[in-house]
Ligand binder design. Structure first.
Ligand SMILES: Nc1ncnc2c1ncn2[C@@H]1O[C@H](COP(=O)(O)OP(=O)(O)OP(=O)(O)O)[C@@H](O)[C@H]1O
Ligand SMILES: [Mg+2]
Length: 449
């Protein structure tokens, strides 16, 4: 058994973690441990239910490569259930099966399914480079080898992409500048000699909609726990509107900064929606009238008003997530931190949730920080990306700048967007310009929906 454990720990790069407790590792590290626990049985059929959900893009790619390698080398049958199709398609997949309401509505080679735009029709996410090709006016039916950005070809793709890019004018709006949270020279380690956060400096502005990204185990959740007060820095200062956070308790900070965990089930403690959303308010000395007024307003904003007397058990994962957001929003926070808000959600729920957060950011000027491994999410919905690496900020820029910077992508285990590869393959003058214009166009379309 020790031999098998050592072998799989080595293959999945888990050796340094073997003597950690399950609570003492990051979200993505847990995912890799779970995978090793399955692989060790050496079964003939492997079924993975969203293996990529909390993995950073580089680990996700490595996992897909490992699964592919194992299936070839040992003749295994592999079934992967995933929303992140583009990441899975990094390796050849024999068959793509699409389910809707319990029925199989598509079962073919990936290229055939993608060509028919079946994914789009069903509200599923198609790979970004295919959206871009269609935006430039090219029909997928006229293209070949469309299941990978590195093989897709078509007669007029190059001129069409060039023409499309030339026809869009970039209008970048200025980013917020008023400081809300200022983190100065903060350090923290679970063990004194291993700092996880190391002399970190970061200013978050009022009204920012930003993403916090970086490899598994780099300290994203740790940083959020420091901001919200669940952990205390070893050194450095953090202020909120100029007030030292060290003087505020977890509960006092929660009046200003809400933290939404990845799994809504970990946050929900009441049986009924109304009671759950009310629970934070009831802990604070407010009159019954004030509680009712704030609750009703928040439930309406969150689209939960009609459901307010429902039991939480009747809700889907996405709706529960919305309940957890409502119970934070009702406290009128200035900032919300969300750990992987969209992991494991299909495009409809994902879009619903993100549009909702965008609205809260625009209309109520709530600062939103998303911790995510989803590069599409970062690109399409946030205006600022903070890349965390080795305890500090490696890059702080617009998402399209980050995702077209190969040095940073490699260092922080992020993934190049397929739009970048498409731009390079078709010799567009500037990949960054193309990606920025694509993102702008998608945002405009969303705003008109
Ligand atoms: N309670 C703990 N005790 C000891 N070490 C911990 C504890 N929690 C996390 N760590 C370690 O601290 C480092 C940072 O973990 P953290 O959870 O902040 O990473 P993360 O960036 O959120 O990763 P992920 O993307 O996988 O969620 C990791 O190396 C992890 O193993
Ligand atoms: Mg984490």
């Amino acid at each position: 058994m020790r031999e098998a454990t050592a072998k799989w720990a080595k293959r999945l790069d888990l050796k340094p973690l073997l003597d950690h407790t399950p609570q003492g590792i990051s979200g993505g590290q847990k995912q890799r441990v779970a995978m090793a626990g399955v692989l060790i049985d050496e079964s003939n059929i492997l079924l993975f239910d969203e293996p990529l959900a909390s993995l950073d893009p580089a680990s996700g790619k490595a996992s897909i490569e490992l699964i592919d390698h194992l299936s070839r080398q040992q003749g295994l049958t592999v079934i992967i259930i995933e929303h992140r199709l583009e990441d899975v398609l990094q390796r050849p997949i024999d068959r793509l099966v699409v389910l809707q309401n319990g029925e199989i509505v598509g079962n073919d080679k990936p290229a055939a399914i993608l060509r028919d735009s079946l994914m789009q029709q069903l509200g599923l996410r198609e790979p970004l480079y295919l959206t871009a090709i269609q935006l430039a006016g090219i029909q997928l039916a006229d293209c070949k080898a469309i299941d990978s950005v590195s093989t897709v070809t078509g007669e007029n793709i190059e001129p069409a992409l060039k023409k499309w890019t030339a026809g869009v004018t970039l209008q970048q709006s200025p980013l917020p500048t008023e400081p809300l949270v200022e983190i100065k020279d903060v350090s923290f380690g679970y063990h004194p000699d291993h700092p996880v956060i190391d002399h970190l400096n970061l200013t978050i502005h009022r009204g920012d909609m930003l993403s916090l990204v970086g490899r598994n185990g780099t300290g994203k959740s740790t940083l959020s726990n420091l901001i919200t007060g669940f952990l205390t820095p070893d050194a450095g200062t953090m202020t909120l509107n100029g007030t030292d956070l060290a003087g505020l308790s977890v509960k006092e900070r929660a009046d200003h900064i809400g933290y939404i965990l990845q799994d809504p089930n970990q946050m929900i403690s009441k049986a009924m929606i109304y009671d759950e959303v009310a629970s934070g308010l009831r802990l604070r000395d407010l009159s019954d009238d004030e509680v009712t007024k704030r609750l009703d307003a928040t439930l309406k904003v969150c689209g939960l008003y009609e459901f307010r007397h429902w039991p939480i058990s009747a809700l889907s994962f996405g709706q529960k997530k919305r309940v957890t957001i409502a119970s934070i929003l009702v406290l009128n926070p200035e900032m919300i931190i969300l750990d992987e808000p969209t992991a494991g959600q299909d495009l409809r729920h994902y879009t619903e949730m993100m549009n909702f957060l965008e609205q809260v950011n625009h209309e109520q000027h709530v600062t939103i920080m998303l911790i995510t491994h989803d590069m599409h999410l970062m690109l399409e919905y946030t205006q600022r990306a903070i890349v965390l690496d080795h305890g500090g900020v490696l890059m702080d820029a617009r998402p399209e700048d980050v995702l077209t910077n190969e040095g940073v992508i490699d260092k922080a285990s992020l993934a190049k967007t397929s739009l970048f590869t498409l731009a390079e393959r078709y010799h567009l003058p500037s990949a960054l310009d193309f990606v920025a214009k694509f993102v702008q166009t998608e945002r405009e379309e969303r705003a008109h929906e």
